[in-house]
Ligand binder design. Structure first.
Ligand code: ATP
Length: 231
């Protein structure tokens, strides 16, 4: 279990509270109005933002002060963060070893991850030589190669067209099913949540609420979500 214990996150004058249990094996969407704190929550989980108050507990162990690389999460933010001067395989390899001095076993893992996302044979290309969808797949391979128990995605497919976005969401869903990884995915689109997430965390009015069944939440949205959905 991932426990958020009386967490308070602060960025400038903004504050977000979270106190709930999260099933690390499930697929969870994080939705809410713009500026509500969705990215802030992910940044704190990933270890890039120190909580002002409270603790994060992973399987009974306090990870509040654990380095990002030692946390049970791999993270993908919106802009993919592929380095243009490196090959696709090197970009993926960074997920395993920043020095890129990979053992043959690690190099094989990179190949496996590229295959899993449908990029067999393109490891030698530079990111600019890939389409937008292929770049998203490469970024996903870097997440996958880390074999972490949970994947954190912050609107990684927002720049893709609707058909490509659906393709990527389904790929994420399949990869989670195959690897057993859990998912926490920030999205602006409730349809994304409906498509691949069993439960949803609503972030609104300074609170990251406990995960609720996605269908229940969206069929009978609370006031804060209703306004956001335009209902
Ligand atoms: N560096 C910063 N300094 C001060 N305030 C910040 C900083 N970064 C973010 N904020 C504020 O923190 C709040 C939460 O931002 P956050 O990016 O987490 O929201 P969000 O829900 O992810 O928004 P969006 O959906 O628009 O991406 C916002 O009100 C934002 O203005």
């Amino acid at each position: 279990m991932l426990e958020l214990k009386d967490l308070e996150l602060r960025v400038g004058t903004f504050a977000l509270r979270a106190s709930c249990d999260v099933d690390p094996a499930s697929r969870i969407a994080v939705i809410g109005p713009s500026g509500a704190g969705k990215s802030t929550l992910l940044m704190a989980l990933a270890g890039f933002l120190k909580p002002f108050v409270g603790n994060m507990i992973w399987q009974g162990v306090d990870i509040t002060k654990t380095d990002p690389s030692a946390r049970p999460f791999s993270v993908l933010f919106q802009d993919n963060n592929l380095f243009p001067h490196m090959s696709v395989a090197q970009n993926v390899g960074l997920g395993l070893r920043p020095s890129l001095r990979l053992s043959s076993e690690e190099a094989a893992k990179v190949d496996d991850a590229l295959t899993a996302v449908g990029l067999t044979g393109v490891g030698g290309r530079k990111p600019a030589e890939l389409s937008g969808g292929q770049q998203s797949r490469a970024a996903l391979a870097r997440v996958l190669v880390q074999s972490k128990p949970m994947i954190l995605l912050d609107e990684p497919f927002a720049a893709l067209g609707p058909a490509l976005k659906i393709e990527m969401l389904d790929l994420v869903s399949d990869l989670c099913a195959e690897t057993g990884a859990g998912l926490l995915m920030v999205s602006h689109d409730p349809e994304d949540a409906k498509r691949i997430c069993d439960s949803t965390i609503l972030v609104a009015d300074g609170i990251a609420h406990a995960p609720t069944a996605t269908d229940d939440l969206l069929s009978d949205p609370p006031e804060a979500l209703r306004a956001y959905l335009g209902k």
